[in-house]
Design a protein around this ligand. Structure first.
Ligand SMILES: [Fe+2]
Length: 189
C-alpha cells in the first residue's frame, strides 16, 4: 500500500521535514484502510460528480492543486519575501491532504462499484479529513488547511497557506461548473 501511495503521490517528496512527510503519507494510508477504493482507482474516477462526463481524474485534479499551490507559494515568497511569511512544507502537506477525507465519502455499491456513503452526506470531506489528520498527529497548521480549503472555510479566518490551497482548488474546479459559455462554444456542442 505504501509503495502505491508513493507512486500516485510523487509530490510527497517535496515535503522537506521527514516527520511531516511521514505523517502526511500515513494519513493517506489510513484513509485507504477505511475506504473501498484502491490507490489506482483514484487515477480513473472523475474528480467531481458535478460535471457530466468529466474526463479529469481524481488524481489529476488533486496533483494539479498541489502543483499550483507550490508554484504560487514560491512566487509569493519571491515577490513578497518576509512581508507575507509562508511555510512551504505546511503549504505542500496541506495541499496533498486537502481532499484525503473524500476516501471516506465512498462505499461499495454491492456490484463492484462505489457510491457516495451516508457518512459522506453527514460529514463532508473537510470534516472527515480533519479527523484523519488528527489521528495521524499532523500539526494544527496543516489540519487547518484541510478544514478550511472548501466553502466551510469561508466562515472562519484562513492562514496564508490555507488561502493559497483554497484558491488553487477552486480555480481548477469552478471553470468546469460555471464558466462563461459563448454562442460559438454552444454551436460546437
Ligand atoms: Fe475538497
Amino acid at each position: 500500500m505504501r509503495d502505491e501511495i508513493l507512486r500516485i503521490w510523487p509530490e510527497l517528496e517535496w515535503i522537506e521535514d521527514p516527520e511531516l512527510r511521514e505523517k502526511t503519507t500515513r494519513c493517506w494510508e489510513r484513509a485507504f484502510e477505511l475506504s473501498p477504493l484502491e490507490p489506482s482507482d483514484l487515477e480513473k474516477i472523475p474528480f467531481t460528480l458535478k460535471v457530466q462526463d468529466c474526463e479529469v481524474s481524481f488524481m489529476d485534479h488533486k496533483r494539479l492543486v498541489v502543483h499550483v499551490s507550490r508554484d504560487s507559494g514560491l512566487k509569493i515568497r519571491e515577490f513578497f519575501g518576509d512581508r507575507l511569511p509562508l511555510d512551504m512544507d505546511t503549504l505542500i502537506a496541506g495541499a496533498i491532504l486537502a481532499d484525503v477525507g473524500k476516501l471516506l465519502e465512498y462505499e461499495g455499491d454491492g456490484s463492484g462499484g462505489s457510491r457516495q456513503s451516508a457518512r459522506g452526506l453527514y460529514l463532508r470531506h473537510p470534516f472527515t479529513g480533519v479527523s484523519l489528520a488528527m489521528e495521524c498527529g499532523l500539526p494544527d497548521a496543516v489540519t487547518h488547511i484541510i478544514a478550511t480549503h472548501a466553502g466551510e472555510g469561508n466562515m472562519v479566518s484562513r492562514t496564508t497557506e490555507a488561502w493559497v490551497v483554497h484558491h488553487a482548488d477552486f480555480m481548477t474546479y469552478e471553470p468546469f461548473v460555471k464558466r462563461l459559455v459563448l454562442p460559438a462554444d454552444r454551436d460546437r456542442d
